[in-house]
Ligand binder design. Structure first.
Ligand SMILES: [Cu+2]
Length: 239
C-alpha cells in the first residue's frame, strides 16, 4: 500500500536499492545517531509519503514513558510544540532538580504542507534511558489535508513487524558505551601500561589496598607526621 509503482521510474542502481528496502523506508522511521544506553541521542524521524497522495499537515510524535525531556530541532517548514504531561510522582534528575512534568508529545505542524512524494525529517534530541535491550516505541500520527496515517502499531508476540500496515517507529537500546573509562580501554589495547593500568591487571582492589597499606605503615612508625602524610598520599592517589 505504501509502495507505489510510480516511484520506480527513478530507476538505475539507486532505484533498485531503494526497492530492496522499500517497505521500511517508505514508512515513518527513526535513524538514531546512537542507541547506547544513557547516551544523549539525536533521533531523526523521516516521513516518506503523504496519506494516499494527500500532502502532510501535521506530524505528532508520542514520547515513550521512559523519556522525560526532549529538545526538538527547528525545521523552517514547520512549527513545533511540546505537549507536557504531569508526572504521577516528581522525580529528581541527574543535577538534583525536581522534575514534575515530562514531554508527552512533540507536534510538528506544517507552515506549508509537505507534498506527497517528497520527504522531510524531524530531529529530536533526548537522553536514552539506561535500559539496554529495551525497545522504545514512538507512535506517530501523520495527518494530511485528507486523511491520516496512524503509525501506532506494534507487533504482537511472534508477529513479523513487516506484516504491520502502520508500524510505530522504534529504537532498540544497546549496551552503554565505555566512555570515561578510556584509560581502561587503553590498558586492554596494548598501550604503554601506566601504574594504574598494571594495578588493575592484578586485581581491581589493588589501588585501595595500596592506600590502606601506606596509612598502616605510617601508624606502625608511631610518628604522627608520617600518618598524616600517608593519609594525604592515599587521598591524592584516590583522587
Ligand atoms: Cu509507507
Amino acid at each position: 500500500m505504501h509502495i507505489r509503482p510510480i516511484a520506480l521510474p527513478a530507476a538505475g542502481a539507486a532505484g533498485a536499492l531503494a526497492l530492496a528496502v522499500a517497505p521500511a523506508s517508505a514508512h515513518v522511521t527513526i535513524t538514531p545517531d546512537t542507541t547506547a544506553a544513557g547516551a544523549y541521542a539525536v533521533l531523526t524521524f523521516s516521513a516518506g509519503h503523504g496519506c494516499d497522495g494527500s500532502p502532510t499537515t501535521t506530524v505528532a510524535i508520542d514520547m515513550p514513558d521512559q523519556v522525560y525531556a526532549v529538545t526538538p530541532t527547528r525545521n523552517p517548514y514547520w512549527t513545533v510544540e511540546k505537549v507536557m504531561a504531569d508526572l504521577d510522582e516528581p522525580i529528581t534528575d541527574a543535577h538534583g532538580n525536581e522534575i514534575t512534568e515530562r514531554v508527552d508529545q512533540v507536534v510538528y505542524e506544517a507552515r506549508t504542507p509537505l507534498p506527497d512524494g517528497q520527504r522531510d525529517t524531524f530531529e529530536l534530541s533526548l537522553q536514552l534511558p539506561d535500559a539496554a535491550g529495551e525497545t522504545l516505541v514512538f507512535p506517530v500520527v501523520q495527518t494530511c489535508e485528507e486523511g491520516e496515517n496512524p503509525w501506532i502499531e506494534t507487533p504482537a508476540e511472534g508477529q513479523d513487524p513487516e506484516e504491520l500496515e502502520f508500524p510505530a517507529p522504534t529504537v532498540t537500546i544497546t549496551e552503554a558505551e565505555a566512555e570515561g573509562d578510556s584509560h581502561r580501554a587503553g590498558a586492554s589495547d596494548e598501550e604503554p601500561a601506566e601504574p594504574a593500568a598494571s594495578a588493575e591487571g592484578t586485581g581491581g582492589d589493588e589501588e585501595d589496598e595500596d592506600g590502606n597499606g601506606l596509612a598502616l605503615a605510617g601508624l606502625g612508625t608511631g610518628v604522627a607526621g608520617i600518618v598524616v602524610g600517608g593519609i594525604a598520599l592515599a587521598r591524592s592517589r584516590k583522587a
